[in-house]
Design a protein around this ligand. Sequence first.
Ligand code: FAD
Ligand code: NAI
Length: 465
Amino acid sequence: MTERYDVVIIGGGPGGYVAAIRAAQLGLKTACIESRGSLGGTCLNIGCIPSKALLQSSEKFAEAGRDFAEHGIKVGEVSLDLGSMMSRKDRVVTTLTRGVEFLFRKNKVDWLKGKGRIAAPGRVVVAGADGGTQEIEAASIIIATGSESTPLPGIEIDEKRIVSSTGCLALDRVPGRLVVIGGGYIGLELGSVWQRLGAKVTVVEVLDHVVPNMDRELGTALQRVLARSGIEFKLGTKVAGVRQGPDELTVELEGAAGQSLTADVVLVAIGRRPYTEGLGLDAVGVALDEHGRVVVDDGFATNIPGIYGIGDVIRGPMLEHKAAEEGVALAERLAGQKTSVDYDAIPAVIYTWPEVASVGRTEEELKAAAISYRIGKFPFTANPRARTNGYTEGFVKILAESDTDRVLGVHIIGPDAGTLVAEATLAKEFGASAEDIARTCHAHPTLSEALKEAALAVDGRAIHI
Ligand code: FAD
Ligand code: NAI
């Protein structure tokens, strides 16, 4: 007999699994189809979590060799056990993916293991790894199939010497020379990991600045710090191709630098593209845009009644928390509520050292929109907690609307910026003014005082600078 569900979600990543749990909490009979051997999608298996585990481990390694002496701590010779570092990363991933399985059991979500295809509105076929198929019926179908890394034409990924982020998270030795194509999130995070562990890292970026989606001042500051730590940058430079020799790779460059680079490993990190392969969208008539993204309206509905889309596979930033917010909002809508996502208050964090974090509009966006704004800036060199911790790199920059003082954007580079941006996000969510942040009492000594001081600086009255 064909099983009938209220909601069937294709894809068990942060968009899909969160939507499934919320739908089940609201009493909807829910199934989630996932073809990978574990739940959690790109984020938990090959994205956010393994990359942050390696960033944490490699930062500890770098600190032990670099910073302990300043604190009066003498350590013997610091050496690397890469196998243990990788095993730890794998354990963290397994713990978290099993955690999602547990949450499915707890909330009575059925995990249908296999590849999902939409046969018709209301009908999904699941092809299991064993070759068997199962057909199910669903009042609502959610496409949450995520994204995959964008290939660079002419350069074939083997995940050993020429790698995407997936291979770069599982190298079995530290490459002597790592060339990173693309100075975005992945390039700078994974470039940092291997640079800290001893690789000579060169980032080749086609634009004349890194992290193009963030406020330009943050990118410039981040590039300066990373260059100081030893990462080399070739900006405004295009890769023409990669030649494979028996012992090394040759990366042919065109553009400003007009030369070639030799490497042991090349990481291709030029962005990600929506993944809809084998879903049957063509046959059903679900519309895609020019980037291959599933087109949805404000309520996540596609052009075909009963079929919805969330996460990396639709428009907007490709971030875990954006996908998860959409999952909750859509599940609540399917249960009759009127939830929506505030796209103006989605933070973005790059987990390099120092971290970079942003919420709201950049200066470049405000200028382009001819919105008049005031800037308040405060450096971590003047923040006492940053001094006690020994990490004083970076600043907080608040952009507030000239007439209303409303916070339009907050951009932070510095220690723990990813945590600090939560306060700025809350401020944006509540429509706060810079004055609201400035009048809020912040504990001393904390890094968050830099946010208060930047808010005071919007009005030219910062105390400690
Ligand atoms: P995904 O997580 O991609 O999940 C989609 C799932 O659908 C996959 O598991 C796939 O196997 C499954 N699937 C696809 N087609 C089918 C089918 N037909 N049938 C069954 N299953 C199917 N974001 C952050 O916010 N913070 C970070 O620190 C961060 N770090 C990242 C680091 C790396 C290296 C990468 C690659 C990404 C990172 N991201 C980060 C981005 C984040 O991983 C994604 O935005 C997020 O995973 C998107 O969630 P999703 O549910 O839309 O898709
Ligand atoms: P990205 O979009 O962040 O950066 C890609 C970079 O490659 C850009 O700077 C772009 O100008 C450059 N580029 C494009 N084509 C190029 C070419 N031919 N040669 C050289 N440079 C080229 O994409 P990335 O780093 O691959 O990450 C994909 C997505 O995954 C991110 O956009 C983000 O949404 C997500 N992610 C988020 C993280 C986080 O939240 N901390 C960490 C890692 C990934």
